[in-house]
Design a protein around this ligand. Structure first.
Ligand SMILES: Nc1ncnc2c1ncn2[C@@H]1O[C@H](COP(=O)(O)OP(=O)(O)OP(=O)(O)O)[C@@H](O)[C@H]1O
Ligand SMILES: [Mg+2]
Length: 381
C-alpha cells in the first residue's frame, strides 16, 4: 500500500480560489499531501483542528488580521503544526506581526515550488521539536479512517469493525463511529444493545465535549469504544454533517485510530466524514458493477479534491474474470488490502455477534485484516 501517514500533511487556508490552485501546483511532490482547504473565517480553526496537519499555509491579502489571529491560535493549541504565510507584499510590519503570531516562515506568493518545499521541510522538522515527549493525548498522531463505497454489501462494516478490533488487540486506542445513520449495524456485529447512540448524543446540550461523547459510547470487551448509529432510521435526520465533523474533531486528540463506517451513498454525512478523514478506503468486490461503482466514487471524490486520501480494499476476493492488477490499473488507486472470500467464517461470526478476528483468529480473512491493521499502524508511526 502506498504510504500516506509519513507524508507531510498540509492544509491551505485561503479565500482565494486561484491561490489555492497555485499552492496545489507548487506542492506537486510525493512527500506532501494536501489534506484540505479552509476559508479564513470563524470555522477555519475547527476545520484545521479536525484535519490536524503538519503544516498550515495561509495566504495574506486583505484579511491579514484574521490570518494573524488564527495562526496565533494554531501556535497555541496545536503543537507540532507549523504555519507558513504566502504574502502578496512583504514589509517590516508584516514580518513582525507574523513573528508575534507564531508564523514560522513568510514567503512571497510568487515563490517557486522549491522554495515552498524547502520551507515546508524545515518548518515541519522544527515544529516536531516543540511536541511534548510523553504526551498523554494523541493529537497529531491520531488517524481518522473511513470505509466507504458506492455499493451496498461489499463488506465495509465487516472490515471497519474487524480492523478496529485488530488495532485494539495491538494496544492502539481505537473508537469506531457508526456513521451509517439509517441502517448502521456495527452494534449487531459486536452484539451491543445500547440505548445511547449518536442521535441521543446530538440532542445533548454539551454534545461536543469529549466527556459527553464518551458517555454516549459503549466499551466493547475487545477494548474499542463504539458510538452506535441511531436505533431507528427516522432518528438519522437529527444528525448532520456538521455534527459528524465536530465529533471527529473532538475525539481526535483522545484516540490513535478513529474508524468510520459509512453508508454506500453520497450525502451530507459521508462527505463530512470523508473530508475530515486522513484515509478513505473504498471497499469493493472484483466484479464489473464494483468497478463501475468505484469509478463513479473516485470521479466524484476527485472533483472534491479528496483523491489523495483514497485507496482500494478488494474484499471477497476469489476466482473472477477481472484480476486485481487490471482493476487497480483501471481505477488508478493504491490497494490497501486484499481480503479473501470466506462466507462461512464471515456469516457465522456475524450471526454470533463476535467479529472474526476474535472468534476465528486463524482464518485467512482474520490474518489478512490483522496484517492490514499492522500496516496502518506502521505507516503512522
Ligand atoms: N471477506 C468476506 N467473505 C465472505 N463474506 C463476507 C466477507 N466480508 C463480508 N462478508 C459478508 O458480506 C455481507 C455484507 O457485509 P457488510 O455488512 O460488512 O457489508 P457493507 O458493505 O457494510 O453493507 P452495507 O452497504 O449494507 O452497509 C455480510 O453477510 C458479511 O458477513
Ligand atoms: Mg455496512
Amino acid at each position: 500500500m502506498e504510504k500516506i501517514f509519513d507524508k507531510i500533511k498540509v492544509v491551505v487556508v485561503s479565500d482565494n480560489i486561484d491561490y489555492r490552485l497555485l499552492i496545489k501546483q507548487l506542492l506537486a511532490s510525493d512527500d506532501v499531501v494536501v489534506a484540505g482547504y479552509a476559508n479564513c473565517n470563524e470555522t477555519a480553526l475547527e476545520k484545521v483542528k479536525g484535519l490536524y496537519p503538519d503544516i498550515v499555509i495561509f495566504t495574506c491579502t486583505s484579511q491579514a488580521s484574521a490570518v494573524f489571529e488564527l495562526s496565533q491560535q494554531i501556535y497555541e493549541l496545536m503543537p507540532g503544526c507549523g504555519v507558513i504565510l504566502l504574502s502578496e507584499s512583504m514589509d517590516l510590519q508584516l514580518l513582525n506581526r507574523a513573528m508575534e503570531s507564531g508564523i514560522r516562515k513568510v514567503l512571497s506568493i510568487n515563490c517557486s515550488s522549491n522554495e515552498l518545499m524547502e520551507a515546508i521541510y524545515k518548518v515541519s522538522l522544527s515544529e516536531k521539536q516543540r511536541l511534548p515527549d510523553d504526551s498523554k493525548i494523541f493529537g497529531h498522531k491520531s488517524r481518522v479512517i473511513s470505509f466507504f463505497g458506492g455499493k451496498g454489501g461489499t463488506g465495509k462494516t465487516s472490515i471497519a469493525v474487524n480492523t478496529a478490533i485488530a488495532l485494539a488487540q495491538m494496544g492502539r486506542k481505537t473508537i469506531i463511529i457508526d456513521a451509517d445513520l439509517q441502517f448502521g449495524d456495527v452494534n449487531l456485529l459486536l452484539n451491543i444493545d445500547s440505548k445511547d447512540t449518536i442521535a441521543e448524543l446530538v440532542h445533548e446540550k454539551n454534545a461536543f465535549t469529549i466527556d459527553t461523547i464518551k458517555s454516549f459510547t459503549v466499551m466493547h470487551s475487545s477494548g474499542i469504544s463504539v458510538l452506535c448509529a441511531p436505533k431507528s432510521p427516522e432518528y438519522a435526520e437529527y444528525v448532520t454533517g456538521s455534527h459528524i465533523e465536530k465529533i471527529i474533531n473532538t475525539v481526535r486528540p483522545y484516540y490513535e485510530f478513529i474508524i468510520l463506517d459509512l453508508t454506500p451513498s453520497f450525502n451530507d454525512i459521508t462527505l463530512a466524514a470523508v473530508e475530515n478523514s486522513d484515509r478513505v478506503f473504498l471497499v469493493t468486490g472484483l466484479d464489473i458493477t464494483g468497478l463501475r461503482n468505484v469509478k463513479i466514487c473516485v470521479n466524484i471524490l476527485d472533483s472534491l479534491q479528496q483523491r489523495e486520501k483514497l485507496a482500494l480494499i478488494i474484499n471477497k476476493e476469489g476466482p473472477s474474470i477481472i484480476n486485481v492488477k487490471d482493476f487497480q490499473n483501471i481505477i488508478g488507486l493504491p490497494i490497501g488490502a486484499r481480503i479473501s472470500e470466506d462466507t462461512k467464517t464471515a456469516v457465522d461470526c456475524l450471526n454470533k455477534g463476535i467479529p472474526f478476528v476474535i472468534a476465528a483468529p486463524r482464518a485467512q480473512i482474520s490474518k489478512q485484516i490483522k496484517a492490514f491493521a499492522e500496516k496502518l499502524y506502521r505507516d503512522m508511526a
